[in-house]
Design a protein around this ligand. Sequence first.
Ligand code: DON
Length: 556
Amino acid sequence: MIKKYLLILSVFIVTACAQNNTTSIQSQHAVAMPDSFSADAAMAVLEEGGNAVDAAIAAQFVLAVTLPEAGNVGGGGFMTIAFNNENIFLDYREMAPANAHRDMYLDSQGNVKPYESLFGAKASGIPGTVAGMWAAHQKYGSLPWARLLAPAVSLAEEGFIVPNKLAANIANYVKKIEEQKLHSNFVDYFAHAKAGKLFVQPELAQTLKAIQTQGSDGFYKGKVADKIVRFMQQNGGLISHEDLQAYHAVWRDPLAFTWNDYTLITAPPPSSGGVAVAQWIGMLDAYSDKHTPVQHNSTQYIHVMSEIGKRVFADRAEYMGDPDFIDVPVAALTEPSYIKKRAHEIQESTISPTPNIVPGLPESEDTTHFSIMDKWGNAVANTTTINLTFGSGVVVTGAGFLLNDEMDDFSAKPGVPNFFGAVGGEANAIEPYKRMLSSMTPTLVKKGDDVVLVTGSPGGTTIISSVAQSLLNALLFDMSAEEAVNAPRFHHQLLPKDTIRMHPGFADASVSELQDMGYTIDDRRFGDVHLIKRTEEGVDAASEKSGRGKSIVRPN
Ligand code: DON
């Protein structure tokens, strides 16, 4: 049950105000992207006079071709935009089909059926990406839509040279399909993509051309829609023509909160990320009021941030879901006295008790994020996903694109963890046309009217840690973009009990000290941050080196 709160609003909504955001320090374009194809396409748009939103649209469609693990037309995402001093959030998250219902992934005993929400046509929500890009273009686009689709069309039609990391991910996925005897056409579409060789996707090129010539209708109506619906009918999926036509992207007020001299502009529900980052950063501040400041990546820092993470994720599970369906108490969850109270419960060297529930942690994952800033200082932070690597693992026959498995982000059953180990309840139960709760947190930070930071990451629930820590790295610990994205990060999400997921690269002494305190260390990496930082000296951009990203800064 969602509780009602009467606490004072601490989160204020940033609304439009029409001023030009040109400043003396801005004359550079910058992109921090998850691959070189999207980086080059986005930069070409900026150099041609397009704005940050134009560049984002071009990049989004390129990623659907060159980064099929996560780039998509069959998924959804969020875009946080600062444009001429207007701050706005585009929600193009998938929606549950009309025939979805809360127990659709349970067997007759009421147990969650493994895989049904993760693999195959039934795992897909109604895709939102094309509607989202179309809405972004209608509102902010300055170059023609067809021009923005052109790089993606040509990369699909003429092909691109397959990067090693993509080839390796495909090979691993093919192996998984074969080993687990999953029913999928993935192999037919992707198995011939080999490292260093040209990879052509003619069916995807046709889909992209339909979108290029007919806009959003080229996807939600006509031949592409027919192919999606036929595929659903033949493979036990739910998405109908009515569902495709009912899909709508939503413009929302971003969540905005002040921190030191800054304003953070970030993701509101149906993302849990903005509230979570506000809580994480707010509790660190409140903790620091009463204790000596913690040093970056010290044992103390990791412990305190982990204690905060437990509280953040407890709230996430209880209160968060689609704001069009439930009342999410955003203001109460970010209210300073509440944050202070929670922070002051944290003990310097003792782990607070957690109910002894041990769900599984993720094994592999994919989503993708990019950050763009144009020469006028407009900025876009965009995170997009089909959920896991290669989404639901099935390709719409004849249309050449992978579908999402975003339905797994709902709670299939209260208290039962999803793939990312996140639990939820009523607030995030499945309902027709509801949006599933997300952790994607594309975030902008402003100082006065200027955007000084653009950040975001993939990684499921770990996104929230990556965003909070990359932001603290860049602005509290004053790191360069390069340092801020590559400094090792860690993540604690309440469950499994007392477990910290940590990148390699922390001091051995810290790891031992944390183990001595009672923590279990899970050493798998997560996410790759793509970040732009702007200072008086100019614009600095970086893509985390663990991925296959590329950042470019060019003078105007
Ligand atoms: O929306 C979400 O929170 C997840 N579907 C995102 C999945 C993800 O980030 C996978 N990651 N690398």
